[in-house]
Design a protein around this ligand. Structure first.
Ligand code: PNS
Length: 194
């Protein structure tokens, strides 16, 4: 029975023979049946954290063993509304109920940070087709820089597909209600800034 299962598994993996992680002698470099813990990085600007981000974090935390939400310190997106320290505090508070999620900051190349962290994957959200081109370019560039690092794409809940940090800031500054779209502590911090 065991042999049958092993045979079947090997057959179904025969297409991997041409792949670099197949040693050509009948075994994969990542042996079947061995447990791997997968650590992933969820990088971003998070200025501020939205419920769309949180939704993705919760989904990612169910798939990987360890998830690090990583705030880019040297963002090229212009002057942020919230300082890196403020964003870190907000994310740390929001992810506190999730035991396998932590929050950090990073500078420089994402691939270098991922390597330092021993992470095998980068998690990114795709809300709509419009996100795809930018995300595809980043994923391919990161693969060029580090072929070992995989990018995982997940979709947030439909109700958050139009939510972005940029829109949240814009709507709030014009007096719009964003309470359903960001965690309560973010609403408080937005109010404190205005
Ligand atoms: O929230 P954002 O702005 O969409 O996140 C973009 C981010 C932080 C993921 C991206 O800008 C990034 O990874 N920057 C680090 C610099 C880097 O590694 N650049 C090369 C990959 S394109």
């Amino acid at each position: 029975m065991d042999e049958q299962i092993v045979g079947k598994t090997t057959n179904s993996l025969s297409f991997l023979a041409s792949q670099e992680f197949w040693d050509g002698a009948g075994s994969v470099r990542y042996p079947l049946g061995v447990m791997h813990t997968v650590k992933a990085i969820y990088p971003g600007t998070f200025d501020p954290l939205t419920n769309g981000h949180l939704d993705l974090i919760a989904r990612g935390a169910k798939i990987v063993d360890e998830l690090v939400v990583a705030i880019l310190r040297n963002s090229e997106k212009g002057t942020p509304l919230f300082s890196v320290a403020e964003r870190l505090e907000m994310i740390a508070e929001a992810v506190a109920p999730l035991a396998n999620v932590s929050a950090m900051t990073f500078d420089g190349l994402l691939v270098d940070f991922a390597r330092q962290q021993g992470a095998k994957a980068v998690l990114r959200g795709i809300r709509a087709i419009s996100d795809y081109e930018y995300e595809f370019q980043m994923a391919m560039m990161n693969r060029k820089l580090d072929p070992e690092l995989e990018t995982l794409f997940m979709m947030p809940a439909e109700k958050y597909t139009y939510v972005s940090s940029r829109l949240i800031k814009g709507v709030f500054q014009l007096g719009g209600d964003v309470t359903a779209l960001v965690p309560p502590m973010v609403v408080e911090r937005l109010k404190a800034k205005s």
